[in-house]
Every structure is written in structure tokens, then in C-alpha cells.
Ligand binder design. Structure first.
Ligand SMILES: [Zn+2]
Ligand SMILES: [Zn+2]
Ligand SMILES: [Zn+2]
Length: 332
């Protein structure tokens, strides 16, 4: 059973999950092989090698855990957190711990091993977003779960261990520190200015050199103070605190926006590895006037080294005005 432990100095939770060490990988330790050369548990026909599916797109009504799907959602075989037992929070002297209660799910985004967000039709990407939304709505019924992070690691440098296109959901019993910091900062801005900080960012940045593209109710921009080269945010123009409250049309537009951004990154940066992160309000939070859900995309072009680890202070060699210009010019 995984375990959550809290650092007593900076209140940072870590997940101790020894089972994760048993994961297979397309990448290590053997040298990288051409795409598709290795047996893949996520390819159609290999459904028996994965845990039973929780949800799937089956347009021809094929049977569960057989081919014929367009996407599949399954529990991770090597979960960071598990739906099992209770939280059982306890003190060990000056330390706090709790069981690694939560969920870790995989969304296999397409049957094709070589598909990617850049090549998938927007309808398929919409289905993946809708599936993520449905899983979040289901997970939020469990009062013990505080937050769900929906994210994607694409490419070895971004932490992906399997090539087959997939994203993940990790449901945690505590609100993660970065999200808590965003909530606190946004609440402060709202208290002083009476407005949502991301609505203010949209207002100011749409006219700036950091705007990449705006279409269908979504604004794609390089943030004012990005930690990483080419860090990019996708903001819905319409204020909403929870992603899972989005309707189909909004997610269709987000799917088009994601495909467009990944194609721009592929052209500008030669098919980079990247992380894609959805930030939304904690589950069961009321509608918040100060939090605005958004997507953060970070191509993995550089590694985080001693100074960053030691300080939380990031050095970025690419001004966001330059990265925005490159991505703007790399449009279709
Ligand atoms: Zn595959
Ligand atoms: Zn807002
Ligand atoms: Zn964020």
C-alpha cells in the first residue's frame, strides 16, 4: 500500500509507492527502439494484459476488454495511490502520515500506437477530455478524495514510460501544494481587486506580445513569468472554476486548441517531449469567483538542476515574448 508522508518543515506531502518500481518501460534500460517495435500492453488485442476497463468508447458496442474501442480508461497497474481501505491519518512523533488512498487511472487516448495529440482528429481528443471529465465526476463522489490531477506526459524526457498515447488521472486525498498556492494567491488577488486574476491576465495579455493565438473561446499565451522555456498556458475566456462543469462545446474547442498548440510546438521545437497539466478547483469546491481552470503545457527542453532544486527559483533562457513569437509564426 502506498503511503503519504508530510515533511514537518515545509508541509509538503510526498507519496512513498514502492510498487511503482516494478513498472515496465519502453525506454529503459535498453536503448530506445523505433516506435512500435516493442510489445505494447495498450494496443488493441492486448486488453487482457491491462486491468479491466472502467470506461471506454465503443461505437460498435463491442464487449468490454476486447478490441473495437476508440479510448479506454483503466486503473494503473502500478498505482501511485490506491482506492483501498481508509485514510487512517496518524502521527508518528512529530511526523504526519496517512495511507496512500486515492486513485491512479490511465486514459488510452486512441487505438493507434503512433497517434498523438498533433495527429488525432479533434473529435477523438474531445472524447478523451469527456472521459477525463466523467472520471472526475465519478471520483468526486468519494468524500475522501480532495483533488484530481488530469495530466499527460508525452515522450521519455517528460516522464512517459510507454509510447502509446495516453494521459493519466491521479486522485489525491489532499489538495496538492501547487494548487493550494494558486488558490491562496488567487483568493488574495480577488480580495484586493475584486476580480479573478486569470480574467485580469486574459484582459491584459490578449493585447501583449505574449499572445500566441485566440480561437473558439480559448486564449493561448506565454505567461509573464514562465519557469520553463516555451511554457504555455491555455485559458478559457469564460470564467469557470471547475473543469468538470464544462460542456461538450467547450471541450470540443479545447480539443482543437490542444491539437493546434502541439502542432505549433512540433514545428517550432522539432517534436519535443512535453507535460500537459490541467489545473482546476478542488473537487466539491463551490463555484469560486477567484479560481479559473486552465491548462499548462511545458515542453521539456532543459533539465531542472541544482539551483532550481535548491531554491524553487527558475532560470529561463527564453523570454516569453520570444517563445510566443515563435509559436505564433508556427501556426498552420
Ligand atoms: Zn501500443
Ligand atoms: Zn476568471
Ligand atoms: Zn496552474
Amino acid at each position: 500500500m502506498p503511503e503519504l508522508r508530510k515533511d514537518p518543515v515545509v508541509d509538503r506531502w510526498v507519496i512513498i509507492a514502492p510498487e511503482r518500481a516494478n513498472r515496465p518501460s519502453d525506454f529503459a534500460p535498453a536503448p530506445r527502439r523505433p516506435s512500435g517495435a516493442r510489445h505494447c500492453p495498450f494496443c488493441p488485442g492486448n486488453e487482457a494484459e491491462t486491468p479491466p476497463e472502467l470506461l471506454a468508447g465503443r461505437p460498435s458496442a463491442s464487449a468490454r476488454d476486447t478490441p473495437g474501442w476508440t479510448y479506454r480508461v483503466l486503473p494503473n497497474r502500478y498505482p501511485a495511490l490506491k482506492i483501498e481501505g481508509g485514510l487512517d491519518p496518524a502521527a508518528e512523533g512529530l511526523y504526519d502520515r496517512m495511507n496512500g488512498f486515492g486513485a491512479h487511472e490511465i486514459v488510452i487516448e486512441a487505438p493507434e500506437h503512433d497517434a498523438s495529440l498533433a495527429t488525432m482528429p479533434a473529435d477523438w481528443v474531445t472524447d478523451v477530455l469527456m472521459a477525463g471529465r466523467e472520471r472526475m465526476l465519478d471520483l468526486r463522489k468519494d468524500e475522501r478524495i480532495a483533488y484530481v490531477l488530469f495530466f499527460k506526459n508525452h515522450g521519455e524526457a517528460a516522464g512517459a514510460t510507454l509510447e502509446h498515447p495516453h494521459s493519466q488521472l491521479i486522485a489525491t486525498p489532499v489538495v496538492p501544494g501547487l494548487v493550494a498556492a494558486e488558490l491562496a494567491g488567487a483568493a488574495r488577488h480577488h480580495e484586493i481587486r475584486g476580480r479573478c486574476v486569470w480574467c485580469d491576465i486574459l484582459h491584459q495579455d490578449r493585447g501583449s506580445a505574449r499572445l500566441i493565438v485566440e480561437a473558439d473561446g480559448f486564449t493561448v499565451l506565454a505567461p509573464y513569468a514562465p519557469r520553463f522555456a516555451f511554457e504555455t498556458w491555455i485559458l478559457p475566456n469564460c470564467h469557470r472554476s471547475s473543469f468538470e462543469e464544462c460542456g461538450l462545446e467547450e471541450l470540443q474547442a479545447l480539443a482543437r486548441s490542444l491539437g493546434d498548440l502541439v502542432r505549433r510546438m512540433n514545428r517550432a521545437l522539432d517534436f519535443p517531449a512535453y507535460n500537459l497539466i490541467l489545473h482546476t478547483a478542488p473537487l466539491r469546491a463551490p463555484t469560486l469567483p477567484y479560481y479559473h481552470w486552465h491548462v499548462e503545457v511545458v515542453p521539456r527542453l532543459t533539465t531542472v538542476a541544482g539551483f532550481e532544486w535548491g531554491t524553487g527559483f527558475f532560470i529561463n533562457a527564453t523570454p516569453p515574448e520570444d517563445s510566443a513569437a515563435r509559436l505564433r509564426e508556427s501556426g498552420e
